[in-house]
Design a protein around this ligand. Structure first.
Ligand code: PEP
Ligand code: MG
Length: 899
């Protein structure tokens, strides 16, 4: 029989697939002997079965009954009993944390009878009724799909009738009235009475958690975070402990280090006399852990001890949720906490200094995308003017955009290409789409652990929260602050590193990490605060370690001397791809057009002759900028249509001229040629080596320019190191044809120049499935392979790279065909398999065959790990991604499984 239910004493932290993150860590804490209320976890497998069948598997009900009875026996109390009832919480917990995305129901087991038992047993009638109204509220919203406002409006009505602002000011009679109002609302909105039977409540709550896996916002979150849609969630059923039992009770969230900045020392928010999500919902202002120490010294001490124990055990920043019930600490959750990019680097370095982890481990704890975030610009300290207000620095970065007040507006404005900042009183999970669309998020309420802060940090998005001086009128679309009014569409700038808010567009400057990468440690540390120094030092330490450990070289894709120089500063060890067709965009386009359209050999030769000087100059500058390092120059690979005049435009011009009786012979001739060469699928047509082979002299002209540039630099005492690359090979014969001519020409020019062997390598791109599958032959004629994974993805999937991302991918991502675009992250199973085959078979023919990759995947963190495993020699990516690739290549080396 499949085991669908695990007691907390049965699992451990490594069982996240089955028990979800929360369940696995609750089990781990139980194993450590930490104070976890007893309970059990229903597996993700049960959820998947439910979603597949539409009903709970039969064994689940049976196993849940056994687990519940064991729990009851252990505690000597029964679920929903009329005297001293056992109550449970029902919480979701998937393998990957999805903050605020899924459902929780607390106080399951309360009904009209057990509420009295709870009052008696706790000696606190108000508490019992407060717990009951919370159950009705959460159950109504989560299980019965009644809009949350139905309940919050009732509550607001009552508060204003009583003239109070906070829920703690409501007395027992108020709460009894509220329970009645909530029950009425349940009947009105769901057509049935609130279920009084405790077991029915439990079963319905479990089912609601299962179903919450597939809500629209949960699916959206997973798409963005690249979490597969088919994992399902576990459900944790846990004995309730109460933070709402008066002033000696409360609930909180804490981090063992500051997740926003990485500063050492515990950080957290606590709310007395509160339960569940109160603390993150921003309903009352929270206390700090220091405040808690003053309020309840002993609980604070217990908490610090537990946090230290957890950090030692997990050897990382942990975040926790806890409840204090009448002075007794209970742990409700822990996990290795999400953190900002800056915190990730600083904490990793701190833990090395504290001798908790090795440098290799530290490297595995940071990521290329975090480094990329740290390289984003920040506000110019001299150009800021005065902030109008400040909130909490919840997620760093500098965001400038136009104010929008709700999620749909953010999506709509961003869809029109506008930069927006989403401004809300507080955010909730329904705001996710808007948060994704916005450059930054600004809220008036809530702390660093509020929904906005947690989600923004997870997304690497700038966020300022709890800017309480902002008077936000969401309906009227206006913010009033410091005597000024800001409306929808007005510019605002927010600084997620300081919490400052500015009106208008504040100019930005490079980040200190960018300065470090471009100009070195001293320049970056000059005149900045100590925290920034620590950050830059951490980045330096980990990036240097990555450079030491990585096996993959990192080159850049660059077409100009300027890009090459920049790439070199960023640490590129050569150029992996110079796209020569890029040298003929703009004004120079017609030079190629003339070659392609030439009618006679004479015309063609004249057109080719015209190409030589500019090409030679281009190459000389490029090789000079990368002197001593390898530079792979690819022979022309233009999709033909990009180099010919637009057919429709030309046809219209010709027709108009004819109609006027003013036919232009040049245009007529051009149109005939363009029509002759027109292709329905230019990407599958006369491009790459094919164009070279049907256009006599074209490739040879480029080879000549490359060789002459090399000779010129050699004569100047420089050390050019050039590799010529042939694009779009499908058969070894194509390569032989190009190579034979090219080798002869190189020899001829070298002999004339008297410079001996110029050591120019000739290799090919592997970007067609046929090339990959015949790599053992192609390797005979190639000094190196460079995988063109853009075209290889296009041709393996038959996905037009220019079209499908816009037309098809949203649907495919949603339907789970893939979790990320295969143009972004290598499709390891399909396209990657071709890369693997070609690498292995190419090297079987030629063991020292050099292998690189120059498609967009060369700068993608996940893909870099794949290329490391396949055994490539280097990746090549755009210059600005070079540092990211260096870091990821180092991470691949320290995290790859041996072998
Ligand atoms: C490729 O196809 O991956 C490649 C690098 O070439 P291009 O993008 O220029 O077609
Ligand atoms: Mg290509």
């Amino acid at each position: 029989m499949t085991q669908y239910v695990y007691d907390f004493s049965q699992g451990d932290k490594d069982q996240k697939d089955l028990l979800g993150g929360k369940g696995a860590n609750l089990a781990e804490m139980t194993k450590l002997g930490l104070p976890v209320p007893p309970g059990f976890t229903i597996t993700t497998e049960a959820c998947r079965e439910y979603l597949r069948l539409g009903v709970e598997p039969g064994e689940l009900r049976v196993q849940a009954t056994t687990a519940l009875r064991q729990l009851e026996d252990r505690l000597g109390r029964q679920l929903g009993d009329r005297h001293d009832p056992l109550l449970v919480s029902v919480r979701s917990g998937a393998k990957f944390s999805m903050p605020g995305m899924m459902e929780t129901v607390l106080n399951v087991g309360l009904n009209d009878a057990s509420v009295k038992g709870l009052a008696e047993a706790s000696g606190d009638e108000r508490f019992a009724w407060d717990s009951y109204r919370r159950l009705l509220q959460m159950f109504g919203k989560t299980v019965l799909d009644i809009p949350g406002e139905v309940f919050s409006d009732e509550m607001d009505k009552l508060k204003s009738a009583k003239g109070v602002t906070s829920d703690v000011d409501l007395d027992t009679d108020d709460l009894k009235g509220l329970v009645q109002a909530f029950k009425d609302a349940v009947r009105t909105h769901s057509g049935a009475d609130f279920p009084q039977h405790p077991r029915e409540q439990l079963d319905l709550a479990i089912r609601a958690v299962f179903k919450s896996w597939n809500t629209e916002r949960a699916r959206l979150y997973r798409r963005r975070e690249r979490i597969p849609q088919n994992l399902g969630t576990a459900v944790n059923v846990c004995t309730m402990v109460f933070g709402n039992l008066g002033e000696s009770s409360g609930t909180g969230v804490a981090f063992t280090r500051d997740p926003a900045t990485g500063r050492a020392g515990a950080y957290g928010d606590y709310l007395a006399n509160a339960q569940g999500e109160d603390v993150v919902a921003g309903i009352r202002n929270t206390l700090s852990l220091d405040d808690l120490a003053e309020l309840d010294k002993s609980s604070h001490k217990q908490l610090m001890k537990v946090m230290r124990r957890l950090e030692t055990h997990y050897r990382d920043l942990c975040d926790i949720e806890f409840t204090i019930e009448r002075g007794k600490l209970w742990m409700l959750q822990t996990r290795v906490g999400k953190r900002t990019a800056a915190a990730a680097f600083r904490i990793a370095a701190q833990l090395v200094d504290e001798q908790m982890i090795t440098l290799d481990e530290a490297l595995s704890r940071v990521s290329g995308s975090q480094l990329a975030q740290l390289m984003f610009p920040r506000f110019d300290p001299s150009g800021n003017g005065d902030p109008v207000t400040a909130g909490m620095a919840a997620s760093p970065g500098a965001a400038v955009g136009r104010v929008v007040f709700d999620s749909p507006a953010a999506v709509a404005w961003a869809g029109r290409g506008e930069q927006v900042v989403l401004v809300r009183k507080e955010t909730n999970p329904d705001d996710l789409a808007g948060m994704i669309a916005a450059n930054g998020i600004l809220t008036a309420r809530g702390g660093k652990t509020s929904h906005a802060a947690v989600v923004a940090r997870g997304m690497g998005k700038t966020c300022v929260c709890g800017a309480e001086e902002l008077d936000i009128d969401e309906r009227g679309k206006a913010i009033r602050v410091a005597g000024q009014t800001v409306g929808e569409g007005d510019w605002i700038s927010i600084d997620g590193s300081t919490g400052q808010v500015f009106l208008g567009q504040v100019p930005v400057v490079p980040s200190p990490v960018e300065t470090y990468i471009e100009e070195g440690l001293d320049a970056a540390c000059d005149g900045v605060d100590q925290e920034t120094v620590q950050l830059v030092q951490a980045v330096d330490r980990l990036l240097r370690h990555a450079d030491q450990r990585r096996r993959l070289g990192v080159r850049a894709n660059a077409d100009t001397a300027e890009d090459a120089t920049r790439a070199r500063t960023l640490g590129a060890q050569g150029i992996g791809l110079c796209r020569t067709e890029h040298m003929f965009l703009g004004e120079r386009r017609t030079m190629i057009e003339r070659v392609i359209l030439a009618d006679t050999p004479e015309d063609r030769n004249a057109a080719l002759d015209a190409l030589l000087p500019p090409q030679r100059e281009d190459f000389t500058a490029l090789l000079d900028a990368m002197d001593g390092l390898p530079v792979t120059i690819r022979l022309l690979d233009p999709p033909l249509h990009e180099f010919l005049p637009d057919r429709t435009e030309l046809a219209v011009r010709v027709a108009t001229a004819r109609a006027k009786g003013e036919a232009n012979p040049e245009d007529e001739r051009l149109l005939t040629a363009v029509e002759r060469l027109h292709e329905s699928n230019p990407m599958l047509g006369l491009r790459g080596v094919r164009l070279g082979l049907v256009t006599p002299g074209l490739f040879l002209l480029q080879v000549r320019a490359i060789v002459e540039a090399t000779c010129e630099l050699r004569r100047q005492g420089r050390s050019p190191n050039v590799e010529i690359m042939v694009p779009l090979i499908g058969s070894v014969m194509e390569l032989h044809l190009v190579r034979d001519e090219a080798d002869a020409l190189i020899e001829e020019i070298a002999a004339e120049a008297g410079l001996g062997d110029l050591r120019i390598k000739i290799g090919t791109m592997i970007e067609l499935p046929r090339a990959a599958l015949t790599a053992h032959r192609i390797a005979d004629a190639a000094d190196f392979f460079s995988f063109g994974t853009n075209d290889l993805t296009q041709t393996t999937w038959a996905f037009s790279r220019d079209d499908v991302e816009a037309t098809l991918f949203a649907a495919y991502l949603d339907k789970g065909v893939f979790t990320v675009s295969p143009f972004e992250t290598i499709d390891a199973d399909g396209v990657g398999r071709l890369v693997r085959i070609a690498a292995e078979e190419g090297r079987a023919t030629k063991p020292d065959l050099k292998l690189g990759i120059c498609g967009e995947h060369g700068g993608d963190p996940e893909s870099i790990h794949f290329f490391h495993q396949v055994g490539l020699d280097y990746v090549s990516c755009s210059p600005y991604r070079v540092p990211v690739a260096r870091l990821e290549a180092g991470r691949a080396a320290v995290t790859a499984p041996p072998g």
